[in-house]
Design a protein around this ligand. Structure first.
Ligand SMILES: [Zn+2]
Length: 398
């Protein structure tokens, strides 16, 4: 094929096609497909995580979660967010392989430190992420499948000013609302003046507002902080997605993507390469054919055991209250933390670092000082980023 972006998209689409039907949308449902593709030292490409999902719990649903269950349930099940969590499972497994002297594709040990091989990671998503990236100029009433609109929208403090060759009369909107800590809110006027561009937003959803930020905002954070997060930062170097590839057949604008991921925060932030593939995902949202969001999610990653899980409402599909401890997904905060403790113990001599009996997830995150300091610096850029209530940052130890 030649074009790396189409190759990445095709690998994700083929991988999806190879998975069983369970968790996939029915004929009138749509979903989003996101994945991470590794380019090995040999330059060979392979999918390492792949997920689908459209849902997000409301603030109310989260607040009503019992204390013992905090950390069990995923609040944000948008495909992009799941694909990053599944990618974390993949990274933990790669560290394990390294420690056991088994074939590890991405890491090597040097001076007792885990280093990254000369590999690259690409992020694929079948549609433009929700939030700022999705505020896109509309060039005509009908969306033309073959054309990707790339007209410029310039950021202004109050209105969107549009620089264009063709007349832009309207914009694609996002259901994501500006976070309350932003001192600016959408004017909601007609046409191009409906939205502001730039502010952080919470995920779209009906009813009680969610506490999760939009995918545009989260991807922007990964771009600055690395995708590995605070816990893995204790073991491995920072990892960034070099390319972000959006699927074909959906509203897309390079300018809006670049603004949403990096340009709206600071000009010094490194821009990933952003492109749109010609290949489109068959179960994407389109017209009245696929009009309902699919409630279930597929979570897959390249690990030796339990590669695939099906999720509904942030827990395993089919899980019942009776079966205790069987409902949380391996990518839930609680299970990833368990994995972290196990792998961390393997990597470091247990005598060097004794774990207190009951340690909160939150404390480990604070412990990752380097990451936290970088985040404090970054907060100057992401000034309105809401601080999560403590009950969303902790989970019980084991
Ligand atoms: Zn999203």
């Amino acid at each position: 094929m030649g074009n790396i972006d189409d190759e990445v998209a095709k690998l994700c689409l083929d991988k999806y096609a190879s998975l069983k039907k369970t968790g996939k949308p029915s004929e009138n449902e749509w979903t989003v497909l996101s994945g991470v593709v590794l380019q090995k030292v040999s330059k060979k490409l392979c999918v390492v995580s792949l997920c689908t999902g459209t849902k997000c719990l409301s603030g109310m649903e989260l607040r009503n979660t019992r204390y013992e269950e905090r950390g069990d349930r995923l609040s944000d099940s948008h495909a992009e967010i799941l694909a990053r969590r599944a990618f974390l499972r993949y990274l933990y497994n790669q560290i394990e392989l390294l420690i056991r002297n088994q074939k590890c594709d991405i890491f090597y040990l040097e001076d007792n430190k885990v280093k990254l091989n000369d590999v690259s990671f690409y992020f694929y998503s079948s549609q433009t992420p929700c939030g700022d990236c999705s505020i896109i100029p509309k060039l005509s009433n009908e969306f033309d499948d073959s054309a990707s609109s790339c007209k410029r929208i310039k950021r202004e403090s109050i209105d969107i000013e549009v620089e264009y060759g063709l007349k832009v009369t309207d914009i694609y909107r996002t259901g994501a609302k500006c976070v309350e800590s932003e001192n600016r809110q959408d004017p909601r006027k007609d046409g191009v003046n409906y939205h502001l561009v730039g502010p952080l937003r919470t995920k779209p959803g009906r009813g009680d507002r969610t506490l999760s930020l939009s995918c545009s905002d989260k991807i922007a954070k990964w771009n600055v902080m690395g995708v590995q997060g605070a816990l893995l930062s204790l073991m491995i170097p920072s990892i960034r997605f070099e390319r972000i590839i959006i699927g074909g057949g959906c509203p897309y604008s390079f300018e809006s993507m670049q603004r949403g991921i990096s340009r709206r925060f600071d000009t010094k932030i490194k821009h990933p390469i952003i492109t749109q593939s010609k290949l489109s995902f068959e179960s994407r949202k389109h017209g009245c054919l696929r009009c309902k969001p699919c409630p279930s999610s597929i979570v897959w990653c390249e690990v030796p055991e339990r590669q695939i899980e099906i999720a509904v409402n942030g827990i395993k599909q089919g899980a019942t209250k009776k079966k205790k401890n069987s409902s949380s997904l391996l990518i839930s905060r609680k299970e990833l933390f368990k994995t972290f403790l196990r792998v961390y113990d393997m990597l470091f001599d247990a005598k060097q670092l004794q774990h207190p009996k009951k340690i909160m997830y939150f404390h480990y995150k604070q412990y990752s000082l380097c990451y936290q300091n970088l985040w404090k610096d970054t907060l100057k850029v992401f000034h309105a980023w809401p601080v999560k209530p403590l009950y969303l940052q902790e989970c019980l130890s084991f």
